[in-house]
Design a protein around this ligand. Structure first.
Ligand code: PLP
Length: 468
């Protein structure tokens, strides 16, 4: 077994996979039964006998790749997962081989230094300062995904309002206010943190489902009148279903006035901060107390890497402790131990792939990518909106678009998606937006173009004409 030769074999299989996908050659998605895939990949024999090297390895990787969903095919317009650039992907590879679980500095000094740098870079995009003399000094940590990042940020919010919760359990008077459109990981976090779903109070929303400030103050007052303490108000930038941005400044100003923790879920949309043209969508984000931001959505980073960022780093340092007294800054420690800020103990060198993806494209390159994908969603909207047999849910603000055939009953979009997936030529997701069913595009692939959108429209017409 030679590492170099096997790495080359894996790289060759990936390169061929990439070329086929980019040429729109074959299916975007195949879903053979799991048992059949197990047989094809010869899992049972390999597990018993070992020997995954050389030609066997090549064969295994090719068979594996035949059973994947191809993000690299431009006709894949489904989920909000980045198509990683080459350097980002190599970051995953290098971290896999070197394995530096760097939550304590000594287990990965270079990875830890990169994470500090990457966090500082993100903080600066928000407009927060992280230098030693900054007041407050912002801070952050990278975690395995946006869901964990939301949980971590809300643990910090809980510690800020009810530090006793850590030792004596969660007081029963805590509530959190968030629009129903928020990602489900918010309600999960509320469950995990012990507030219970009843403590999740729906924010007032406008006709597009965006959180609206006007009525928020009333909700705050009525909760307080009922004897509740508000742990946090949350908003999305952007929402998962249709990609709309909640008005951060409006909500942030109310939170500031009322002294309430403001959490911004920027998992998907915070990348808008990189673009001068799109940054206004994030206007007011600096008023937040906590922000999450996924690098594996718009920043060309492989799964998975998310940032939790807090305006005051001390909140993150106290998220998982009763008091901060045990957090000492060891003068002999030349780096930073992130472990106090995370749910994870062993933690991958998440910053490496995110930084390498950034360093391949450069800031301007990432901004151009995000602008391109947003412009494509706009162009797709203009095209689909003008078709006599299609309708769109709302004008897109970012790279997510909800649309459907105008005819058909309630669940038509779901049935059409089922048929589309069975053919496997295009991949879209489904969304419930304002209580209605829609097909949903997340335009993540830098090679998806209007021809793909037009092809999808034709494919939808085709499957719609299939007998039920
Ligand atoms: C993707 C997403 C999440 C969840 O992040 P994961 O990394 O998938 O766990 C949370 N909130 C929003 C707005 C998202 O787009």
């Amino acid at each position: 077994m030679s590492f170099l030769e096997d790495a080359q074999r894996a790289a060759e299989a990936l390169d061929s996979y990439d070329r086929h996908a980019r040429a729109r050659d074959g299916k975007v998605l195949v879903q053979p039964p799991a048992r059949e895939l197990q047989t094809r990949m010869d899992l049972d024999r390999l597990a018993r006998e070992g020997g995954l090297t050389g030609q066997v390895l090549s064969e295994f990787v090719r068979t594996y790749l035949d059973g994947t969903i191809t993000l690299r095919d431009p006709r894949n317009m489904g989920h909000q997962t980045a198509v990683p650039n080459a350097a980002g992907a190599l970051g995953s590879f290098i971290d896999g081989y070197a394995t530096n679980p760097m939550a304590i500095n000594e287990m990965g000094p270079a990875a830890s230094a990169i994470e500090l740098f990457y966090i500082d870079w993100m903080l600066s995009k928000i407009g927060w300062e992280s230098g030693e003399s900054a007041d407050p000094r912002a801070g952050g940590v990278l975690t395995h995904g946006g869901s964990l990042a939301n949980l971590t940020a809300l643990a910090a919010a809980r510690a800020a309002i009810a530090p006793e919760a850590w030792k004596s359990g969660v007081p029963s008077d805590l509530v959190m206010i968030a629009p129903q459109s928020m990602h489900y990981s918010i309600s999960r976090a509320i469950g995990i943190l012990g507030l219970g779903q009843d403590a999740l109070i729906a924010s007032p929303v406008d006709e597009y489902g965006r959180a609206c400030g006007a009525a928020l103050a009333d909700v705050i007052q009525s909760q307080r009148a009922a004897g509740k303490r508000i742990m946090a108000v949350a908003a999305s930038a952007c929402q998962t279903a249709a990609g709309l941005f909640d008005p951060l400044r409006e909500i942030g100003e109310i939170c500031q006035r009322e002294g309430i923790w403001f959490h911004v879920d920027g998992a998907h949309g915070a990348g808008a901060l990189l673009s001068e043209a799109l940054a206004p969508l994030m206007d007011g984000v600096e008023l937040a107390d906590s922000v999450i931001w996924d690098a594996h959505k718009m920043l060309r980073t492989p799964c998975i890497c998310a940032a939790v960022l807090t305006r005051d780093h001390r909140h993150l340092d106290t998220a998982f402790v009763q008091s901060a007294s045990y957090i000492f800054h060891d003068k002999d420690n030349p780096g930073f131990d992130f472990i106090g800020r995370t749910v994870e103990c062993t933690k991958a060198a998440l910053g490496l792939k995110a930084f390498m993806a950034l360093a391949e494209a450069g800031e301007a390159g990432l901004a151009a990518h995000i602008e391109r994908q947003t412009a494509l969603a706009r162009e797709a909207y203009d095209h689909i909106h003008a078709l006599p047999d299609f309708e769109c849910a709302v004008e897109p603000e970012f790279n997510i678009l909800c649309f459907r055939l105008t005819e058909g009953d309630e669940t038509h979009a779901l049935e059409l998606r089922r048929r589309l997936l069975a053919r496997g030529n295009y991949y879209t997701t489904y969304a419930a937006y304002r209580d209605e069913h829609w097909l949903r595009l997340a335009l993540m692939n830098p090679e998806t173009g209007m021809d793909d959108i037009r092809g999808l429209v034709e494919e939808i017409r085709l499957v719609a004409a299939e007998p039920a």
